[in-house]
Design a protein around this ligand. Structure first.
Ligand SMILES: [Zn+2]
Length: 331
């Protein structure tokens, strides 16, 4: 390895190889989820231990008996995931020395980026492993978002949630994958995610804005939300009220969700005229499957006009210890 450019190319190449080896690309091709980095590390036989580390985000620990990583419990899940991907990078790139990481970054930042080439390599691996171009494009296609959309902070924030990455990491990934230019990344970075959250729920006033706000539509049918307890979830679903149909909110209470708001809003759609959207703002915690049916409420036992299914994993950051039982990647 001779230059920073080589380090970045090498990190990216190893991440792509691991996607292939683990079947990650096939499993996520339709943009239904984020990359399961903890599960990937465990499948390679690495140990992962979450600890309240003092002044460190994580460490790669290559002992002869047991090889693996420590990851802090003191940062949110997005930082834990990026840190684990960085430590996984040290392993895949065969950096067989202890690495104590107090800063894991993103490639493409420019002059301020770090100079230790092994760290550059591990960062490039992490960014590519969690935020490869094909996965970003899969989510964009599912949501029918194009080039114009990825210039908008509210859209980039919603994209970041679906990728399981921070807003900042997502901005840099869009830039380094050449989906936006440097001027746009600087504009996006000048906007706080909090503003995107507030715009998504102008009618809700939580005690703080640490929680995330997911805006879920028909296009998210069959996907999985990986969030934290008490994230606000805005379900915005078309409702055929003129024909007597409405979404039955029983599915929400059965899934243990709390309904914060329940409204109907007229949506102006030039192509098909006015339509009505049911807008439910809900919150909950833990792992649950949400199943909603749109039907005539006097026909409780009939099959509905349509249904909406989504998996909710509202568990937040990993606590001290080994990872919570991970998802099983398609082998
Ligand atoms: Zn490192």
């Amino acid at each position: 390895m001779t230059s920073k450019r080589d380090a970045i190319l090498n990190g990216v190449a190893r991440a792509s190889e691991l996607h292939t080896q683990l079947g990650v690309r096939e499993a996520l091709a339709s943009g239904t989820d984020s990359v399961d980095v903890f599960g990937a590390a465990q499948r390679l036989g690495l140990f992962i231990m979450f600890r309240p580390l003092d002044g460190l985000l994580g460490a790669y620990v290559p002992t002869r008996a047991l090889c693996g990583m420590l990851v802090t419990t003191q940062r949110d899940l997005h930082v834990q995931r990026f840190t684990a991907a960085h430590e996984l990078g040290h392993h895949m790139l065969e950096h067989r020395t202890l690495s104590l990481d107090n800063d894991v970054g993103f490639v493409g930042r420019g002059e301020e980026a770090k100079h230790d080439l092994q760290e550059v390599e591990a960062d490039a691996f992490a960014a590519e492993f969690l935020l490869p171009r094909w996965l970003i494009v899969a989510h964009l296609n599912r949501q029918r978002w194009g080039r114009e959309h990825v210039r908008k902070p509210d859209i980039v924030y919603q994209l970041s949630l679906r990728l399981g990455a921070s807003y900042a990491a997502t901005c840099w990934a869009l830039f380094s994958q050449k989906l936006i230019d440097r001027g746009t990344v600087e504009h996006l970075r000048s906007v706080e995610p909090k503003e995107a959250k507030q715009r998504a729920v102008p009618d809700v006033h939580p005690e703080n804005w640490h929680r995330d706000v997911w805006v879920i539509s028909d296009k998210d049918r069959g996907t999985r939300v990986l969030g934290a307890p008490n994230d606000l979830i805005v379900l915005a679903l078309d409702e055929h009220t003129a024909a007597g149909y409405s979404w039955d909110a029983d599915g929400l209470t059965q899934a243990g969700m709390t309904i914060e708001r329940d409204d109907r809003v007229a949506v102006d759609d030039k192509r098909i005229g006015g339509r009505v959207q049911r807008r439910l703002v809900v919150r909950g915690s833990g792992e649950t499957h949400l199943h909603l049916e749109e039907r005539r409420l006097w026909e409780k036992n009939e099959t509905g006009r349509s249904s909406f299914d989504i998996d909710l994993t509202l568990v937040g950051r990993e606590p001290a210890g080994i990872p919570r039982a991970g998802r099983v990647l398609a082998a």
